[in-house]
Design a protein around this ligand. Structure first.
Ligand SMILES: *Cc1c(COP(=O)(O)O)cnc(C)c1O
Length: 461
């Protein structure tokens, strides 16, 4: 049964612990010197320098006993492994897409799709491009356009589906230049914009506009089960349906999808592209063989395909999803009680601090999101990530390096941390908030050209 999530109530785990991994908090001096050595980029920290790691929910899930058992039946045949057959059966059953092309992670799936479909002069619309998606669109010479609804950019709007696409803007774009649009994408949930869901109703309208112009609609389905959970919770008439039923409706509206199974596939590595288009599937497989490997393993060990097949199903379990969302709300409730500003309503995989309200004294040139992430690590050994001008302001973006949102994400890994871990992380953020006027800005001293947030280096101003 789902758990009630009254404000402040403990998220009750629908699992118990079978294996443990030791963690400890480095001393304040150790954290200070780690920051300096890392060039104030938290991607450069090692795991033993971090106590609670909320950098990402990607590939950081704890596997279930059933997934570990599944790995033991890995059939490491180069071609035609039985694990591939089982993996394809599960993905076809969940999505209804006939052609399934495995890849080692989401961006590998994106590489296959965009290197095949995107060309210079073309435009790819999305509710909001995730960083790697945008990088693949740009790398292939196309333009990446974000067409999310206006509320998606307002951290204080309580709208239930801030991941929706602005259908009017999409229709206008397709009226004018449908010949230039090889595909339309919808990211479920909208990771860049606070992990917000899109509604079934919105997806129906997007699908209708795309198909009127004979343009295929692809889903970035990384967090589709979390998105379906919010549809079940918030959309009229959906409350009694299962996640898989809602999923089948979502996928029926699309022509294909890319997936990082490191999110709602509950694995440490894995992904795929799925499509209804047989001719496209053949082209994707040609690219697959060059970049990833033979079509029955796609850059993965066959045991990984088996673990992914089990994880994709476990991620649709209502007890699991209720607990996951309750964890996010538990963290958010503690922050809210102390007045910490964050993107509302909270989404499915983490809390996104609203940096402009958290650090109003810092300007965009102070890289306030990065400065806040650094300060939270300094305070408690808690690692988070900037989702703002460092990640999106590299001058390749359509808005000249100005990120419309300035956020710091506390992403919650799946089935990993307890409520006390989350309470500890919340308290570290709260202490920084209470002394926020003492937080100084940063400047970038090394700025790589692509996906710079991963490797940039910073210094205090
Ligand atoms: C993580 C993610 C990707 C890329 O997947 P990787 O497995 O990290 O390569 C693409 N889109 C979204 C929305 C994501 O969250």
């Amino acid at each position: 049964m789902g758990r009630p999530s009254d404000p402040g109530s403990l998220p009750l785990e629908p699992y118990r612990v079978k294996v443990v991994e030791a963690i400890s908090c480095p001393s304040r001096e150790a954290r200070e010197s780690a920051l300096e050595a890392a060039g104030y980029n938290l991607f450069n920290l090692t795991s033993d320098q971090v106590y609670i790691d909320l950098l990402t929910d990607s590939g950081t899930s704890a596997l279930s006993d059933r997934q570990w058992a599944a790995m033991m039946v890995g059939d490491e045949t180069y071609a035609g492994s039985r694990n591939f057959a089982r993996f394809v059966e599960v993905v076809r059953d969940l999505t209804g897409f006939p052609h399934i092309i495995p890849a080692h992670q989401g961006r590998a799936a994106e590489n296959l799709l965009f290197s095949t479909l995107a060309r210079p002069g073309t435009i790819v619309p999305n509710n909001m491009h995730f960083d790697t998606t945008r990088a693949h669109v740009l790398r292939n010479g196309a333009q990446a356009q974000n067409l999310a609804v206006r509320e998606a950019y307002d951290p204080e709007s309580p709208a239930p589906f801030k991941g929706n696409m602005d259908v009017g803007k999409l229709a206008a774009l397709l009226e004018g230049s449908s010949g230039k649009v090889p595909l339309v994408m919808m990211t479920l949930t909208n990771n860049t914009g606070g992990g917000q869901p899109a509604s079934l109703e919105n997806l129906r309208a997007v699908s209708e506009v795309c198909h009127r112009h004979r343009i295929p609609l692809y889903l970035d389905m990384c967090r589709w089960a979390e998105n379906a959970y919010f549809i079940r919770e918030r959309e009229t008439g959906q409350g009694a349906r299962s996640i898989r039923e809602i999923g089948r409706d979502l996928f029926a509206l699309a022509d294909g999808a890319t997936m990082s199974a490191k999110k709602d596939g509950l694995v440490n590595i894995g992904g795929f592209v799925a499509t209804r288009d047989a001719a496209l599937a053949d082209r994707l497989k040609e690219a697959l063989i060059v970049f990833e490997g033979f079509p029955t393993y796609g850059g993965l060990a066959r045991r990984d395909l088996e673990a992914m097949a089990v994880g994709l199903l476990e991620a649709t379990d209502l007890d699991y999803l209720s607990h996951r969302v309750a964890q996010v709300r538990f963290l958010a409730d503690r922050l809210k009680a102390a007045g910490v500003p964050f993107f509302e309503p909270v989404g499915g995989h983490g809390v996104y601090l609203d940096v402009r309200r958290f650090l109003p004294n810092l300007s965009r040139d102070d890289l306030p999101g990065q400065a806040l992430a650094v300060e939270i690590y300094r305070e408690g050994g808690v690692r988070t990530v900037e989702v703002g001008s460092v990640m999106f302001g590299d001058g390749e973006s359509p808005n000249n390096g100005e990120s419309p949102l300035e956020l710091v994400r506390l992403a919650i890994p799946r089935r990993v941390y307890s409520a006390s871990h989350l309470a500890y992380a919340a308290d570290a953020v709260i202490r920084v908030y209470q002394r926020r006027s003492s937080v100084g800005g940063l400047r970038m001293v090394h700025a790589p050209e692509h996906l710079r947030h991963f490797t940039a280096r910073f210094a205090p101003k």
